[in-house]
Design a protein around this ligand. Structure first.
Ligand code: C5P
Length: 231
């Protein structure tokens, strides 16, 4: 089952505090966004990539895409203020796909094997996301005091990619826009439709590069990958 992937890359990366879009920072001399794009460029199931970008950075993206010979990009659309708007703009450009994935540009370490499991699951159950069981004990806190220790066994941390039948994702985004609903991931928009969303267990190293220290983790993850490669 082939798929199209939307990659939101239009963030400003404020929490990284790098003075530029964190996706242009390098890990082992290669920009983060290129690591991410290469995963999909080399995945035979991926037939098209839709990238949302900040128009002011278009030239920088175009140069990198040319330099690293990324061929599967079908459209580069202008993103919005929020990630959700950036994904929606790209979604409007997608055509001819039954399964659509959404994957953060800032998660360069997703594996082909996880994508494969996800796509199989989304094909059979309409909506599925990659997630990992929460490892820490989680507390609910109000005014600096714990009000609850949340039962951990049913808690999962959502990652990307998240995969959907195209018609469901479109409907979810249309309704979210109509209702001015903002979710922190794509699945939360689909959950509102009452569509069950399945979980595919991912890996803890599929990190989202968010703050400066994530760059150290990223170097370590890549070193480990190079010594134990996987498809
Ligand atoms: O900021 P954060 O890392 O959570 O963003 C996740 C992904 O969404 C990043 O790849 C970022 O570039 C993208 N994004 C976007 N448009 C925004 C905000 C974030 O495309 N307005």
């Amino acid at each position: 089952m082939q798929y199209a992937v939307i990659i939101p890359a239009a963030g400003s990366g404020k929490r990284m505090n790098a003075g530029k879009n964190k996706l242009f920072l390098t890990v082992q001399d290669v920009p983060v966004i290129i690591h991410t794009l290469q995963v999909f460029e080399t995945d035979s199931l991926c037939k098209a990539i839709y990238l949302s970008i900040n128009p002011a950075e278009r030239e920088s993206f175009e140069l990198l895409i040319k330099q690293y010979k990324i061929k599967k990009i079908k459209a580069m659309v202008a993103g919005g203020k929020e990630r959700q708007e950036s994904v929606y703009q790209a979604l409007k450009a997608v055509n001819e796909a039954d399964i659509v994935l959404v994957h953060d540009g800032a998660r360069p370490f997703i594996r082909h094997s996880t994508i494969r499991h996800l796509v199989e699951k989304a094909d059979e159950s309409k909506a599925a996301i990659v997630a990992v069981p929460v490892k820490d004990t989680v507390k609910r806190v109000e005014n600096g005091q714990i009000t609850e220790t949340v039962e951990r066994s049913s808690l999962w941390a959502a990652q990307t990619p998240q995969a959907f039948h195209m018609s469901i994702l479109k409907k979810a985004y249309e309704l979210a826009e109509r209702d001015s609903f903002f979710g922190t991931d794509d699945a939360s928009l689909v959950e509102r439709l009452g569509v069950p969303v399945a979980i595919v267990e991912g890996q803890y190293d599929n990190i989202k590069l968010t703050t400066k220290e994530d760059l150290y983790f990223a170097e370590a993850i890549l070193n480990n990958r190079l010594s134990t490669p996987e498809g």
